[in-house]
Design a protein around this ligand. Sequence first.
Ligand SMILES: [Zn+2]
Length: 77
Amino acid sequence: MARKNPVPQATNSLVLDCLNQKCPSCGRHMWWDYSDSRKVRTLKEVIKLTLKIKRCPNKECARYHKPYRPEAEGKYA
Ligand SMILES: [Zn+2]
């Protein structure tokens, strides 16, 4: 079913970065690869989250190029 009301404007914005800077599998430094954004509605406000996604650059690693999302994302969604 199609949305009848427009998505509300964000009243607050947050940028979330990964706390863990090293790959949990091989321990090498992970590079920031891309950003993802989403809106989260709470009872008080609408928050625009900008997530900085990292990936492991080590080709021999089991987590090679698998996205590592900010840990704090789970707090909001
Ligand atoms: Zn790795």
